[in-house]
Design a protein around this ligand. Structure first.
Ligand code: PMT
Length: 222
């Protein structure tokens, strides 16, 4: 990697899943392990950046030199991300944020009721963290999103790039077992305002370096 080429930059990265509580013992979540976001944080720190890593509940060690902020729910992640974005030059949303949360988190454990065989949960929309950051007029960092798709990867990712007003989107097919969620490797499409690039299957640690190359290059040209 190019040692020192991110010196002087503050890079904020979200990683991992969020947990949306139903009651004190249960939650809604997803399969994100945090590996992709943590790999980016480690690569950015090694290249000289000041790194803030906003992490949902994951089982990963904090990369050396990285400032880690642990969060649970999407609302907590949104707060921490907004705070970090105030001073960030680059914001990367690698987290798998829950789009919805239970409308009410019960104060006590929800009990089974005799004779009741069906139940439903009312959900409300969570804030879109990255869309909020990219909509800033002031202090808007160069904003990179990820897109987790199971079909029509390029089309849906392109749509998210536009809709969320991102500078770049990194799309992966999370329907495949060998890449995406929890695996050590990933294969992505990188779409920016100019072009679409297909990166070959690689370890998330290697891919992180390639993504940073593209991000730093694009940011310089802006
Ligand atoms: O953590 P790993 O196991 O290594 O897996 C990596 C990964 C598959 C989680 C990662 O590569 C990835 O694709 N992350 C984005 C997952 C996701 O939630 O994608 P999305 O298409 O739903 O969201 C698009 C973008 O909006 C993402 O940058 C997401 O962080 C952001 N978002 C989504 C919803 C929301 N309420 N707020 C957001 O900021």
């Amino acid at each position: 990697f190019a040692r020192g080429d991110a010196a002087g930059l503050h890079i904020a990265i979200t990683a991992g899943p969020t947990r949306e509580p139903l009651d004190p013992v249960r939650y809604i979540s997803n399969h994100s392990s945090g590996k992709m976001g943590f790999a980016l944080a480690q690569a950015a720190e090694r290249r000289g950046a000041r790194v803030t890593l906003i992490a949902g509940p994951v089982n990963l060690p904090t990369p050396a030199g990285v400032e880690r902020v642990d969060v649970g729910s999407a609302q907590e992640m949104a707060q921490a991300a907004e705070r970090a974005a105030d001073s960030a030059d680059i914001f990367i949303g690698a987290a798998a944020v829950a789009d919805f949360r239970p409308d009410q988190a019960a104060e006590h454990k929800i009990k089974k009721e005799a004779g009741v065989d069906n139940a439903s949960i009312a959900l409300v929309k969570n804030p879109d963290i990255i869309a909020g950051i990219s909509a800033r007029k002031d202090r808007r960092p160069y904003t990179v999103g990820f897109a987790a798709e199971t079909r029509d990867v390029a089309r849906y990712a392109q749509d998210k790039l536009q809709r969320k007003n991102l500078d770049m989107i990194v799309a992966n097919d999370v329907g495949r077992a060998d890449i995406g969620f929890d695996s050590d490797s990933n294969q992505v499409l990188v779409i920016d305002r100019q072009q679409t690039r297909e990166l070959p299957l690689a370890l998330k640690s290697e891919l992180a370096g390639q993504l940073l190359d593209l991000i730093l290059q694009n940011k310089k040209q802006k």
